[in-house]
Write a protein that binds this ligand. Structure first.
Ligand code: CA
Ligand code: CA
Length: 297
């Protein structure tokens, strides 16, 4: 297995980055990651004055996947996702739906122990549901910072990007250049106030290359569902895109008629909010596989 340590950190997804490692299609790669504050806030008593926000969301990588070319799709199976022992929650006036409520107040930081699959919040045990906040490949044009989600992936903050799931990302440059970071021990849908339980960790991903799929946006597959993930300047824009992308996927890839695809989504599809706190918002459309398979031909 290939191992990429967190000594290889990026703050933007860029086609100019030198690969930290090379992988063959079908190979497993272990990524060791920092939390979104690069470990600075783990120190008891540290505050945001100790943290340079330019270094937000460090991601580990990039990994050059051989044979991946523009127009292909990178298939990423999340085989293992292990959060570290301590996660961070913080709340303040900088982002999210409660920024007015917290405006001008000193941010509050909590360090939470994560043990045996449970997160200790002031003695209340919350089940951990580890997920990857930032995962992406290099975009074709200008670099995109690791705070922002777009079609290359990036800061999607989608709770479905978890152990056991498979993520598909459109490849824009040779080798794809995959990087990973910003794990959450748990995150509520929408990431409404500011953040998830921000945590370092270790992920084992199997990478593969699908040739010329014609899908130019991120998708997730799990045992039960197909999911499109879309971004936008507003949640309206992201939601609309997620639905249309799912519609195209169902018609072009799964052989559903346009009427069946539309009606399936009305009947049994779920439009969900990924997050409303990043520079661009993300939404996702989920449909059940069993119904797709019954309706497809
Ligand atoms: Ca994030
Ligand atoms: Ca985060």
């Amino acid at each position: 297995m290939i191992r990429v340590t967190r000594d290889h950190v990026i703050y933007a997804f860029s086609k100019e980055d030198q690969p930290a490692a090379y992988a063959e299609p079908g190979q497993c790669v272990e990524f060791e990651t920092y939390d979104c504050y690069q470990g600075v806030m783990l120190k008891e008593g540290s505050t945001f004055r100790d943290f340079d926000r330019r270094f937000g969301n460090p991601a580990t990588g990039p990994v050059f996947v051989r044979s991946a070319m523009p127009g292909d799709t990178l298939k990423i199976k999340i085989l293992k996702l292990e959060p570290g022992p301590v996660g961070i929650l913080d709340i303040g006036g900088n982002s999210g739906a409660l920024r007015e409520a917290f405006a001008g107040r000193e941010p509050v930081i909590k360090r939470l122990t994560v043990k045996d699959g449970m997160i200790d919040y002031e003695g209340i045990l919350v089940p951990a549901k580890p997920m990857i906040g930032v995962i992406g490949v290099a975009p074709m044009g200008e670099p995109v910072g690791t705070m922002t989600p777009m079609d290359h992936g990036g800061n999607m903050d989608c709770t479905r990007i978890e152990e056991g799931a498979t993520l598909y990302l459109p490849v824009s440059v040779e080798g794809a250049l995959l990087s990973v970071g910003d794990f959450h021990a748990v995150m509520g849908e929408g990431e409404v106030a500011n953040c998830g339980v921000e945590i370092e960790g270790r992920a084992v991903l199997e990478v593969d290359v699908l040739k010329s799929t014609g899908i130019s946006w991120p998708m997730v597959e799990n045992l039960e569902q197909w999911i499109t993930i879309a971004y936008g300047d507003t949640l309206d824009e992201a939601s609309h895109k997620a639905v249309v992308q799912m519609f195209h996927f169902l018609c072009r890839k799964k052989g559903l008629s346009e009427v069946d695809a539309g009606m399936l989504m009305d009947m049994a599809g779920d439009l969900m909010v990924c997050q409303i706190v990043n520079p661009k918002k993300t939404a996702r459309m989920e449909v059940p596989k069993w119904l797709v398979e019954k309706l497809g031909r």
